[in-house]
Design a protein around this ligand. Structure first.
Ligand SMILES: Cc1cc2nc3c(=O)[nH]c(=O)nc-3n(C[C@H](O)[C@H](O)[C@H](O)COP(=O)(O)OP(=O)(O)OC[C@H]3O[C@@H](n4cnc5c(N)ncnc54)[C@H](O)[C@@H]3O)c2cc1C
Length: 413
């Protein structure tokens, strides 16, 4: 009998398991994949997420793996070029870009060191229910023999297509639609002289470009197109890349100096949603609970945030400081309140619409003003609250963009 079983051993599940074990709880962490396997995801970890890694004592391991630390961001919106450094978050003034083959094993090893029992290559096939409460899992490992394990709480950290969510019938209650398709590849020989990350937005052409340096001397290039163009983009990814790059000559020239080292990969299924993330004996974290377009590189940070909040609440529940079901509900409410503003901003950006008038008029005015540029970049990185940068009207517009795609928007009780 475990206190908690966590299904999925990556950005949501592994830190959650680690934090619970560090607090004295008995935890089983399972994943159907082998630890260290890559996954479809780029890996810009914003300083908001990196500050949690730092708090957990793991940021040095990420640095020591040769991961670039990025302090400078170039934010180019059409012909307006803004470059600067955003405010730090809890003392962390850099963003990090570990490949998932680097980051995820660090998270799992930290969980194991904290006393978590880790079983990889173990697939959960169904949940055990006792009188309407989730009470455990059934699954099998490499030997194919089905085993059952019981726990007070089962957490689905099993990604966008969460089978835990499906088994408990967790409904999507905020559906912000799906607006882009995004594809990426890795290059050698294109490193920016400032070791900076860059974002380029071509509003008229509805294109969004992200580049950043990562491990092993490689740089990642990520391009976004409107979802309506997905079928033509997928038919000819090479052509879509080169045609889109021509719209940003400076970036195009940089890419041409290097060599593409990997195939182009990505997805045309990038939905934006919140799913109910708690119920009797169960909770969801990471992409299982909240998925959003990767255009704001927010997923890893969200998963870390879920892990931190749920560990705090579950620990209180398991120690008897509050009823467990109340702790699970409090987790769900707290994560929604904390992450909804950035979710709205993400959905708005993913629509690849022309800039809102006040941003279009305001951007040229902040050129040369380091603090204002830092705040604008900090809003993207999460180290400056969105409401310190954007007006209440603009934030309401971001939320309205979400509500347009949402049949029934409500908080989880
Ligand atoms: C193209 C793309 C680019 C992205 N770029 C960024 C970025 O730059 N920055 C950022 O912060 N985020 C980015 N994201 C988002 C980020 O990848 C996710 O938010 C993050 O991986 C979520 O972590 P997770 O732990 O919730 O789930 P996942 O990383 O999806 O892990 C889920 C795990 O659950 C396991 N699992 C599933 N079902 C079972 C089962 N039945 N039994 C056992 N195990 C199971 C899987 O094997 C998997 O290992 C990107 C996403 C995409 C698609």
């Amino acid at each position: 009998m475990y206190d908690v079983i966590v299904v999925g051993a990556r950005c949501g599940g592994a830190p959650l398991a680690m934090l619970l074990a560090r607090d004295g709880h008995k935890v089983l962490l399972v994943d159907r994949m082998a630890i260290g396997t890559d996954i479809m995801s780029t890996h810009f970890v914003k300083r908001t997420g990196a500050s949690l890694l730092d708090k957990w004592g793991l940021l040095n391991s990420v640095r020591d793996a040769g991961t670039p630390a990025i302090s400078e961001l170039h934010f180019n919106i059409d012909d307006i070029k803004l470059s600067g450094q955003a405010p730090a978050c809890d003392g962390v003034g850099e963003d990090f870009t570990p490949r998932r083959t680097v980051l995820d094993p660090i998270l799992v090893e930290a969980a194991a060191s904290a006393g978590v029992e880790v079983r990889d290559q173990f697939t959960v096939r169904s949940l055990i229910f006792d009188e309407g409460r989730v009470a455990g899992i059934r699954g099998s490992g490499k030997n194919g023999i089905e085993t059952a394990e019981r726990a007070k709480v089962v957490v689905g950290a099993d990604g966008i297509r969460s089978s835990v969510a499906k088994s408990v019938g967790a409904e999507i209650y905020v559906d912000g639609g799906s607006h882009t398709c995004g594809y990426y590849a890795y290059y050698s020989g294109i490193r920016d002289k400032d070791h900076a990350a860059s974002l380029n937005i071509r509003t008229g052409d509805r294109r969004f470009y992200i580049t950043f340096p990562t491990n092993d001397g490689l740089d990642m290039l990520f391009l976004f197109w409107p979802a309506e163009e997905a079928s033509s983009v997928r038919k000819d990814l090479d052509g879509a890349f080169s045609n889109s790059l021509k719209l940003v000559p400076e970036l195009d020239a940089r890419i041409r100096t290097g060599t593409r080292e990997t195939r182009i990969t990505g997805s045309h299924l990038l939905p934006n949603f919140f799913r109910r993330a708690h119920g009797p004996g169960w909770a969801l974290v990471g992409d299982a609970a909240l998925h959003r377009d990767p255009i704001t590189a927010q997923g890893i940070t969200n998963a870390f945030t879920h892990a931190a909040i749920l560990a705090e609440e579950l620990s209180a529940g398991l120690k008897g400081d509050k009823p467990i079901d109340r702790a699970l509900a409090d987790y769900d409410r707290r994560q929604f309140e904390k992450l909804k503003p950035m979710f709205d901003y993400t959905v708005h950006l993913s629509m690849l619409q022309p800039l809102p008038g006040e941003v279009e008029q305001g951007l040229p005015l902040i050129r040369g003003n380091e603090d204002a540029i830092g705040a604008f970049i900090g809003a993207f990185l999460g180290s400056v609250p969105l409401d310190q940068v954007f007006s209440p009207q603009l934030l309401a517009r971001f939320a309205a963009d979400v509500e347009r795609g949402t049949p029934e928007l409500r908080h989880v009780a």
